[in-house]
Design a binder for this molecule. Structure first.
Ligand code: CMX
Length: 425
């Protein structure tokens, strides 16, 4: 992929020099202390890894290469992947080249469909997606290059080839999973001349005369792309990739993490919560009814899905962008109205409850309502959409990590006995 590779060819030596100098001059300076609470508490807030594709300041939310997510809502996923990889938005020619590259590589190997067809009919769509990715591992350019002795300095090049292949095929696989799993009829082949997001929307086969659903998909794929390096999916992908496992193994591992209800599966859980609420009160409930419903969830020991975050301490700008899209296009939709009402009530309840450090909505609180509006009602599928987008972040991080020669990840664990001795000292 000449254009993206050329851009990276120019950037990588500069980044390598920058990092070498930083380590040489300041390598022994401290950036974090670790407390016992953090060691037992999921390493929350421990600064121990580097990710340059994006960052999440707690008071601002996602910034991709320094640009706030809210300022990227008119972009295409191709812009975002190029930005994640290189640090720059592409010009129109480079964006088109990336679309063409995705279209050229979009054919899904036929054995993938055979594997998926052999799976139990009630398999979770995320399990089907991850299985499809894993079974393509034999296609890896990275493995071939590694086995033929490619220099460590060039590891990023076959990693980039794998990334483009995988990204190109993901919409077709994900759309195929949707049609197969939910009995929607034959698979729809990709159409020439469409962008990555447009093709995904087209292959899903959702009726879309106005083109609004395709635009919703574009926004969906832009906003879920990356969320710095420490979240479960990015970190799992990075950890597995740090052993020089190829992108198929690594992305599949990352997405297995995204499939958990505390992470990407929360969008399915959240819409479910909202729909149960609608069912219980036969429509939009009163403030008092909604408050009681939220308390009932908390009192039964469950979390309110779509709310809270490990890093964020404000309303997620991605939620704001989805809410704005819904309010601009279908403000009268009862599910959208419910999402809005939940947003007005739940933060107050969570504040009063006093446990969650962040009472505000995250990305998963509103995204499902958009899909539901356009007729995609199978909410167990929603995390697959999230995955197609998040693969861009995981793969761009991987290309860069390979280019920077990131070593195998191996933090030190300690025993409770050791900690007890430590506190006695
Ligand atoms: N509802 C009820 N309780 C919540 C809560 C919520 N939405 N968010 C946090 N809490 C609770 C935690 O469960 C924890 O309780 P315990 O002390 O009993 O274990 C306490 O508040 C403190 O948690 P925290 O430090 O505020 O949050 P964490 O960093 O531990 O967890 C997250 C972050 C996202 C897992 C949590 O907020 C949560 O479970 N939210 C609901 C699920 C969700 O929306 N996940 C999607 C996140 C975005 C994504 O990755 O896609």
């Amino acid at each position: 992929m000449a254009k993206l590779q050329n851009a990276l060819d120019k950037k990588i030596p500069v980044w390598r020099k920058e990092i070498r100098t930083l380590i040489k001059k300041h390598g022994t300076k401290k950036i974090s202390d670790v407390t016992i609470i953090q060691a037992y508490g999921g390493m929350r807030g421990v600064k121990g890894m580097v990710c340059d594709t994006s960052e999440v300041p707690p008071d601002k939310g996602l910034m991709i290469r320094g640009i706030p997510a809210g300022k990227l809502t008119d972009k295409a996923p191709e812009d975002i992947f190029y930005l994640l990889c290189t640090g720059d938005l592409p010009n129109a020619r480079d964006r088109r080249a990336l679309t063409e590259e995705f279209n050229k590589r979009a054919k899904v190997p036929s054995y993938v469909w055979k594997v998926l067809e052999a799976m139990p009919k009630d398999s979770h769509p995320m399990c089907m997606l991850d299985t499809a990715i894993l079974c393509m591992q034999k296609e890896s350019h990275f493995v071939k290059a590694y086995n033929s002795g490619v220099s460590k300095m060039d590891f990023w090049k076959p990693t980039m080839e794998d990334s483009l292949d995988l990204l190109a095929r993901l919409p077709g696989i994900a759309a195929g999973v949707y049609r197969m799993r939910f009995n929607k009829g034959k698979r729809i082949p990709p159409k020439k001349g469409l962008t990555w997001a447009e093709n995904y929307a087209h292959m899903l086969g959702i009726k879309d005369k106005s083109g609004q659903f395709a635009d919703c998909m574009r926004l969906y794929l832009v906003l879920h792309c990356d969320h710095e390096g420490g979240n479960v999916s990015a970190h799992a992908c990075h950890l597995v990739g740090s052993a020089l496992s190829d992108p198929y193994y690594s992305v599949s591992a990352g997405l297995n993490g995204l499939a958990g209800p505390l992470h990407g599966l929360a969008n399915q859980e959240c819409l479910n919560w909202v729909l149960q609420l609608k069912k219980k009160f036969r429509g939009v409930p009163t403030d008092e009814q909604l408050t009681q419903y939220a308390w009932d969830t908390l009192n039964s020991g469950k979390v309110i899905p779509g709310y809270g975050h490990a890093v964020l301490r404000v309303t997620d700008p991605r939620f704001t962008a989805f809410r704005a899209f819904g309010m601009a296009n279908f403000p009268e939709d009862p599910v959208m109205q419910l999402v809005d009402k939940v947003y007005n009530i739940v933060p107050g309840v969570l504040k009063e409850h006093g446990k969650a450090k962040n009472p505000w909505p995250n990305v998963d609180a509103g995204s499902g309502a958009l899909l539901y509006h356009y007729g995609m009602k199978e909410f167990s599928y929603y995390t697959v959409l999230f995955s197609v987008s998040r693969a861009m972040g995981m793969l761009s991080q991987m290309i860069i990590n390979r280019a920077m020669g990131s070593p195998i990840e191996r933090p030190k664990s300690v025993t409770t006995k050791w900690l007890k001795k430590q506190v006695k000292k």
